[in-house]
Write a protein that binds this ligand. Structure first.
Ligand code: ADP
Ligand code: MG
Length: 340
């Protein structure tokens, strides 16, 4: 068989291929947009979804905004304001840094990016249709940024076929929204789906945010926890073994503010509950691990849901002992609670 000559793929196609990894479904696009808003320092974020996010995802924030001249660059692949060197990558403190979120979303949707920096006289917008950029134009917008992605995967029918029903895609979007909102009680969030308000979350304490999202019964059945060992810090809430659900729904584990799934950590948490929990039930927790960013590699996968600890044994021990201590003290707390 005669092979065709080797050719460099056009940028547009490169982006669409990458989009398969970064924005597998509407919920992954929503995650990229929410993370951008948080990285921009927003303390108020509004999300509008239509038809499970397939028809529309719009995220509006009051963050720092993007300069008019930078708008095309924001949609460019591998263009980022968040890191500039390997050194910075190794201790990255922002949620994003790969510079492919917006480029990926733009390549599989009709995207409008509107932004205004605080000191600008007005906003500017740029449209990307099927990944192709239109000229920057003046627009109206309060300081901050709005990104609107319409008709996801309209130009990649193969991917579109993999999407599930609106309801299922919406459920994934809601899960992403809830994970992020749980971690940031200092930010006001609003979520609407098909025009109806689903979540209206005012700024508040961590306990208030957890109660709003997971229910007052979760907080009431939970033990607050705070442990420090050297550079490792763990805070959050773990449910009393009597609360535990039969599903894994209520397991939220964050590293430096990022929701992650990490085997070592999951194992340590399960072990800590082993003696107090019936084996068919699952623990419920919202836990925030804070550590030196250089001691954790977040650049394992484009979606960054996987991380690697440099010293996973130390992390395992710390998590296990922290939970163990709190859980073994819980018998007394429960007894108190019965007198209320
Ligand atoms: P990354 O987040 O990895 O840098 P993105 O493609 O998601 O890559 O975004 C590219 C750049 O566009 C960001 O580095 C940032 O400078 C800018 N940007 C994107 N979204 C926002 C936003 N909501 N507010 C301010 N700047 C933004
Ligand atoms: Mg990003």
């Amino acid at each position: 068989m005669t092979m065709r000559p080797i050719r460099r793929l056009p940028d547009h196609l490169v982006n669409q291929i990458a989009a398969g990894e970064v924005v597998e479904r509407p919920a992954s696009a929503l995650k990229e947009l929410l993370e951008n808003s948080l990285d921009a320092g927003a303390d108020k974020i509004t999300v509008d979804l239509a038809q499970g996010g397939i028809k529309l995802i719009r995220v509006t924030d009051n963050g720092g905004g993007i300069a008019a001249d930078d708008l095309p660059l924001a949609l460019d692949r591998h263009a980022t304001s968040k890191i500039a060197s390997l050194d910075e990558l190794e201790q990255v403190g922002t949620l994003g840094f790969r510079g492919e979120g917006l480029a990926s979303i733009a390549s599989v949707s009709r995207l409008t990016l509107i932004s205004r920096q605080e000191d600008a006289a007005h906003a500017h917008q740029i449209l990307a249709i099927d990944g192709r950029l239109h000229p920057v134009e003046p627009a109206a917008h309060a300081p901050g940024t709005s990104v609107e992605a319409v008709d996801l995967y309209f130009n990649t029918p193969a991917r579109r076929k993999f999407l599930k029903s609106d309801n299922t895609e919406y459920a994934h979007c809601a899960a992403v929204f809830e994970r992020i909102a749980l971690a940031r009680p200092d930010v006001e969030f609003l979520l609407r789906h098909n025009g109806k308000v689903v979540w209206r979350l005012p700024q508040g304490s961590r306990a208030e945010r957890v109660a709003a999202l997971l229910g007052q019964d979760f907080i009431q059945a939970s033990l607050p926890l705070e442990h420090v060992a050297g550079p490792l810090q763990l805070t959050g809430f773990i449910a009393d073994p009597t609360y535990s659900k039969a599903s894994r729904d209520a397991q939220y584990f964050y590293v430096n503010g990022r929701f992650v799934r990490e085997k070592t950590a999951q194992h340590a948490l399960r072990q800590a509950y082993r003696d107090v929990l019936h084996h068919e039930r699952h623990p419920a927790y919202v836990l925030f691990l804070t550590m030196d960013p250089a001691a954790v590699d977040v650049n394992v996968h484009p979606t960054k849901i996987e991380v690697r600890f440099r010293e996973s044994q130390a992390v395992h021990q710390f998590l296990f002992h922290s939970l163990n201590k709190t859980l073994s003290g819980s018998a007394g707390n429960r007894a108190d609670a019965t007198h209320e």
